[in-house]
Write a protein of this length. Structure first.
Length: 142
């Protein structure tokens, strides 16, 4: 298992290869991308910032929990920081397991927990030129 904060584009294929194993019959991928609208406002870009060491430590703990809860599913995750344009991947999680249920459940657990526990913050820049910090646990500007 690996959890990393990155500054460049996320290599989804690389994450899939990292959890690949001939014993795994299922691989589930979650890719979170910057969307063009949030709360009814047009979004131009998002800047993600993090307390990197703590973020990676908490992401690793979450992946370990997801693996234990899902019969040893293999997991890897990356969260990107910096300025991202609409459509770019901000987070990706890959989980693999012998069975699809465990792989899918592991990914869902991991993303849900990361959204509430990992110290990564985002500042949305809107198409009208305004900007706001967004509460990552609620998805609304503060």
């Amino acid at each position: 298992m690996r959890a990393t904060v990155v500054t460049g584009p996320i290599d989804i294929g690389g994450l899939m290869r990292e959890v690949a194993d001939a014993r795994h019959g299922a691989t589930a991928i979650f890719i979170g991308t910057v969307r063009s609208v949030n709360g009814g406002r047009g979004v131009r870009e998002i800047e993600y910032t993090a307390y990197e060491e703590m973020a990676e430590r908490e992401m690793s703990a979450i992946l370990a929990e997801a693996g234990r809860a899902n019969d040893g599913a293999a997991l890897v995750a990356e969260h990107r920081i910096g300025v991202l344009a609409v459509g770019e991947a901000s987070i990706a999680i890959a989980a693999a397991h012998e069975r699809r249920g465990c792989a899918l459940d592991a990914v869902r657990y991991a993303i849900d927990e990361m959204k509430t526990r990992v110290p990564i913050w985002k500042r949305e820049v809107y198409t009208d030129g305004s900007e706001a910090w967004v509460d990552p646990t609620r998805g609304v500007a503060t």
